[in-house]
Design a protein around this ligand. Structure first.
Ligand SMILES: O=P(O)(O)OC[C@H]1O[C@H](OP(=O)(O)OP(=O)(O)O)[C@H](O)[C@@H]1O
Ligand SMILES: NC(=O)CC[C@H](N)C(=O)O
Ligand SMILES: [Mg+2]
Length: 468
């Protein structure tokens, strides 16, 4: 679930982009890159690694100009080599161009094959590169028209920022699956970023979210960004952004991520109200389980305790690209607070169980540290189906809830009890005033009967591109 940022009209563009990327490190840890534009030339620095490692003072000196785009990568297509870091840069008929992308294009293989058959030479394994080829092959005179036509062949989830030598084009897909917000920098110019948490760090004021299906164009011709509605919106933002991906201090499409997670925890507490079990404390699985655990504790009156301590020098484990790294990092990241939990009955809350890596390890270390009982609660429903829109769970075999029912997962992770949030409680926790992308939870229903219902994020067009 990558992070993207665009800074336009500020002499410190690249530095501000790097700061915004630092605030959004949680969306991608594999690679990071920035392209700036100055005097008709685009300069790019990208590398594998974290924001704090890549943008040295020397690197920032290269990135001159008053506009820049940036990216933190969590791969969903292609590999994790330096070649597959973004921005993707090219020289073509109209000059130089650089692109960043958050999302996943579901017809990527078909489009790529078609381009290869016509002689295109790809430099990366990424779906993002398709767009650059489609733009380059187009014969329209203006870049904006080339982008519009390229998007006609682009199906899936995308937030793109395309930077030319003098302009920036920002596009959000018609479903608004991935978040994207517009802000005004107090030091001058504009920022577009995946999450509003980036705005605080660069001293920007939130203006509004980019609309689903909208293209914003930043250029010298207009003081404010031009807005073109490219596609009729079919708003259906991703619920998993609220469950896990986004930072709790971000507000996505008008809804606070923190409040949504807190509400998820409250709903779990209401469901447990008459279960007759006595819990001594509510323990969050840090980090993303914390707001839901606070909500549970507030609703139930059971004390909240940090029974699991997180090592702050380890990032997110779920977004590591290999199972080996995920296992190792969960081990290094989370440790039990022995003195607090020994002999106690714990109500442990995490935001999600995806592959089961974290929950299994957590129950084990808590029991080894002397916990009497470990009751596991999950602030999202069972994740049974792959995500086609940018969360790296493309194969359903990897998903523990695809292979096991609730009772089997409970015994696999060796918990004393296990409960999930229902789809309805999830939707209510975020806000029951719109549709959400929930295909990972209810895909079967969607295929069968309920296309067009609230839980539908699988559109007619995606049905043609199913991989499983
Ligand atoms: O069932 P799994 O496959 O283990 O995936 C789910 C876990 O992964 C995430 O944590 P992560 O460490 O990535 O990030 P966090 O620090 O934000 O909680 C999520 O919060 C769960 O804890
Ligand atoms: N997580 C994302 O948004 C990934 C963007 C793009 N599909 C890539 O693989 O780099
Ligand atoms: Mg976690």
């Amino acid at each position: 679930m990558c992070a993207i940022v665009g800074i336009y009209g500020n002499d410190n563009a690249a530095r501000l982009a790097s700061i915004a990327l630092f605030a959004m490190q949680h969306r991608g840890q594999e690679a990071t890159g920035i392209s700036s534009s100055c005097d008709g030339k685009i300069h790019t620095i990208k590398n594998r690694g974290l924001v704090s490692e890549v943008y040295t003072e020397d690197a920032l000196k290269v990135l001159v100009g008053n506009m820049a785009i940036g990216h933190n990568r969590y791969s969903t297509a292609g590999g994790d080599s330096i070649l597959d870091a973004q921005p993707v840069f090219a020289k073509y008929k109209l000059g130089e161009i650089s692109i960043v992308h958050n999302g996943n294009l579901i017809n990527k293989d078909e489009v790529r094959q078609d381009l290869i058959d016509k002689g295109a030479i790809f430099q990366t394994g990424m779906d993002t590169e398709n767009l650059i080829h489609l733009i380059a092959k187009n014969t329209k005179d203006r870049l904006r028209d080339r982008i519009k036509e390229a998007l006609q062949r682009t199906i899936g989830a995308y937030c793109f920022i395309v930077q030319s030598r003098s302009k920036q084009f920002v596009i959000r897909d018609k479903y608004g699956i991935r978040p994207l917000s517009l802000g005004k920098l107090k030091s001058g110019g504009y920022i577009v970023a995946s999450e509003t948490c980036a705005f605080d760090l660069v001293d920007a004021e939130f203006i509004r979210d980019v609309n689903p299906g909208e293209m914003l164009i930043f250029s010298e011709d207009f003081e404010e960004p031009e807005s073109i509605q490219l596609f009729e919106p079919e708003f259906r933002p991703c619920a998993f952004e609220y469950v896990y991906f986004a930072r709790p201090d971000s507000v996505i499409d008008g809804k606070s991520v923190y409040r949504a997670r807190e509400n998820m925890g409250k709903a779990l507490a209401l469901n447990d109200k008459n279960d007759g079990i006595k819990y001594d404390m509510v323990v969050p699985v840090p980090d993303s389980g914390v707001p839901a655990a606070l909500g549970y504790a507030a609703e139930s009156g059971i004390p909240f305790e940090y029974g699991i301590i997180r090592n702050h020098y380890i990032g997110r484990t779920f977004i590591e690209p290999t199972q080996e790294m995920r296992d190792l990092k969960v081990k290094m990241k989370l440790s039990p607070m022995r003195s607090l939990i020994a002999g106690k009955s714990l109500l442990v809350i995490d935001d999600s169980i995806v592959r089961g890596t974290t929950s299994k390890r957590i129950v084990k270390i808590l029991k080894e540290a002397g916990a009497k009982e470990v009751h596991f609660r999950v602030a999202s429903p069972e994740i049974k189906f792959p995500c086609y829109y940018g969360i790296d769970t493309p194969h359903k075999e990897e998903l523990i809830s695809n292979n096991m029912n609730k009772e089997e997962v409970c015994s696999y992770i060796e918990a004393d009890s296990l409960e999930y949030l229902s789809v309805e409680d999830l939707v209510n926790a975020i806000g029951n005033d719109r549709n959400y992308a929930l295909e990972t939870l209810s895909f079967e229903n969607v295929i069968g009967l309920s296309i067009g219902t609230r839980t539908d994020c699988v559109t007619d067009e995606i049905l043609d591109y199913l991989v499983d």
